[in-house]
Design a protein around this ligand. Structure first.
Ligand code: SAM
Length: 267
């Protein structure tokens, strides 16, 4: 057998199906206000933007834009920005931010990765930041590539655990990790696209939490209901983490990018 026999897009779908059900947009609606409180926070955004080549680019498509974490600071660099998300709650937070900052060139677009994208405009640059953990990555990558006139930038989690594994160990949970970024590279490679790769860190969604109930609700959002033993173990872990300087749950993201003009050639 050689690597050519492996259908990486199919393997990804099978792996993702094992690691749990996709979240409905209502789950993201519920997180929108709290995500918006962190919209201006952290090094991740600066690291992402500093790796982008913005030259000769007038239009931007931000897929899974959330409350505007990336497209808000990028808006001044473009004439037109399309901000796509399937969560109306996220788009409502984005609209508030746009109004508060007096931005006039961001157009929210209420759409899912899985929808028909025929009405999504092609843009010079397409980005998908921390929003690519979809059921069908092969389809998602094809959509990003099709809508980009010049360049695509995305991040995909390294390792497949959105939540720090030390928390899983503490509460005795053993979830199947979601697929890792390596699938994305293999799917692209199979299509004759040879992307560049870098890594950036974010603080993780749990960093800085100082209230046990907030931590508990965030974990229930990610993992589903916790039983009494798991809650008690989580409390013990939380107390120990707070006593040694607070919650630190940084995550590593693969930063994957390619140029349209040079990416596609027969191999
Ligand atoms: C972790 S947030 C990332 C937000 C922002 N891009 C960032 O880096 O901070 C993931 C975003 O993807 C959106 N999302 C998740 N699944 C989606 C889907 N199937 N179609 C469209 N958007 C989706 C969520 O609503 C959420 O706004």
């Amino acid at each position: 057998m050689t690597i050519a026999a492996i259908d990486f897009a199919r393997l990804y779908r099978d792996h993702m199906a094992l690691s749990g059900k996709p979240k409905p947009n209502s789950a993201w609606d519920a997180r929108a206000a709290s995500m918006n409180r962190q919209v201006n926070r952290g090094r991740y955004v600066d690291e992402f933007i500093s790796r982008m080549n913005l030259s000769d680019a007038r239009t931007l498509l931000d897929v899974g834009c959330g409350p505007g974490t990336l497209c808000l600071p990028l808006a001044a660099r473009f004439e037109r920005v399309i901000a796509l998300d399937y969560s109306q709650g996220m788009l409502d937070e984005l609209k508030k931010n746009v109004a508060a900052q007096g931005i006039t060139n961001i157009e929210p677009l209420h759409l899912a990765w899985e929808d028909d994208w025929s009405k999504v405009p092609e843009c010079d640059i397409v980005i998908a930041s921390r929003s690519t953990m979809v059921q069908d990555l092969g389809d998602a990558l094809a959509k990003l590539n099709a809508k980009a006139k010049q360049r695509v930038y995305l991040t995909y989690l390294v390792g497949g655990n959105l939540i720090n594994t030390r928390i899983f160990e503490a509460i005795g949970h053993e979830p199947t990790p979601a697929p890792d970024y390596i699938y994305a590279l293999n799917i692209l490679h199979r299509r004759g696209i040879h992307p560049r790769l870098d890594y950036i860190e974010d603080e993780g969604p749990l960093s800085g939490i100082t209230d046990f109930d907030e931590l508990l609700q965030r974990l229930i959002w990610s993992l589903g209901e916790l039983n009494a033993y798991e809650r008690a173990s989580l409390h013990t872990w939380f107390d120990a983490a707070m006593a040694s300087g607070g919650l630190k749950t940084a995550r590593r993201w693969a930063f994957i990018f390619w140029e349209k003009q040079i990416a596609n050639y027969p191999c």
